[in-house]
Write a protein that binds this ligand. Structure first.
Ligand code: ASP
Length: 306
């Protein structure tokens, strides 16, 4: 998200709107990416994001290959750069990459010829997640500008939080982060957010409540005293949600841990929770990103700076 202008973000979201409509039709397939090869290279496990990128590529007509660490030569000790160079020799047009280290996707993108899409790098960024969140919010509330969005929970380890903070600030929303001090990065205020340690004061008058998973796989040591205590103070339940605006929407990037950061009662409330809608918007946003990159590949006019 870093470096994208408001106009560029709007261009992606507008194009994604067309794909939302297309994805709701019986015939979802196009030939825009016919003859193109997309490799999904996932060094970290994923359900939503990998499936979503696979569907997006296939619906645009690309040949899509999935590679995950469990079945690749990385298990045999190959370095990231060697893997990148090997795949590059097969002339893929697009590489969709997820990696546990922040910055790894950027590094890889400098070694290959095709386009590279960041599907999540460590605790750094997850740009298509922020775009799909923005599309979900814009479709429900009609705008991003002027909204108050509370991002709650494990901000420290969350690439979703970082990408969302960048996008929402760029689009003129107000961002609050709510977390215990142990789950906030140092000098988090410098990201342009208001910091709260108490859910009730942080959620007051919010339009959007975005919950995050406790990312235990990125934690070295204990960051919360116990899961029970964490849920008591930071889990989103009806009581805490009542502090937000009466029509505030509840979001979660998934995978969701029921009873840890969110009460099932809130997660499944069809009047407040847009969690399933986020998943639907994910495919559309990824199709829009692939579409724009393919224009660059074929030298057709592109609305985005590359
Ligand atoms: N699926 C998101 C990510 O990959 C959020 C999460 O894992 O909690 O960052």
């Amino acid at each position: 998200m870093e470096g994208l202008s408001p106009a560029e973000i709007i261009a992606i979201l507008d194009l994604a709107e067309d794909y939302v409509a297309q994805n709701r039709q019986i015939d979802k397939k196009q030939s825009l990416l016919r003859g193109r090869t997309q490799i999904n290279l996932f060094f970290e496990s994923s359900t939503r994001t990998r499936t979503s990128f696979e569907l997006a590529g296939k619906r645009l007509g690309a040949d899509v290959i999935n590679m995950s660490v469990a079945t690749s030569a990385i298990k045999k000790g190959e370095t990231l750069i060697d893997t990148a160079m090997t795949l590059n020799a097969m002339h893929p047009d697009v590489l969709v990459v997820r990696h546990p280290d922040s910055g790894a996707v950027n590094l890889l993108s400098r070694k290959v010829d095709g386009s590279v899409i960041n599907a999540g790098d460590g605790s750094h960024e997850h740009p298509t997640q922020a775009l799909l969140d923005a599309l979900t919010i814009r479709r429900r509330l009609g705008r991003l500008n002027g909204l108050t969005v509370a991002i709650c929970g494990d901000i420290m380890h969350s690439r979703v939080a970082r990408s969302n903070i960048l996008l929402l600030n760029t689009m003129g929303a107000r961002v609050r982060v709510i977390a215990p001090p142990t789950l906030l990065p140092v000098e988090v205020e410098r990201l342009g957010v208001e910091v709260h340690h108490d859910m009730r004061s942080g959620l007051a008058d919010c339009d959007i409540v975005m919950m995050l998973r406790l990312q235990t796989e990125r934690m070295k040591g204990a960051f919360v005293p116990s899961i029970r205590e964490y849920f008591h103070f930071y889990g989103l339940d009806r009581d805490k949600l009542a502090c937000a605006r009466p029509d505030a929407l509840v979001m979660h990037p998934g995978p969701m841990n029921r009873g840890i950061e969110i009460d099932p009662d809130v997660a499944d409330d069809i009047h407040r929770s847009v969690i399933r809608e986020q998943v639907e918007m994910g495919v559309a946003v990824r199709m829009a990103v692939l579409d724009l990159l393919s224009r660059h590949l074929s030298n057709r006019p592109v609305a985005l700076a590359q």
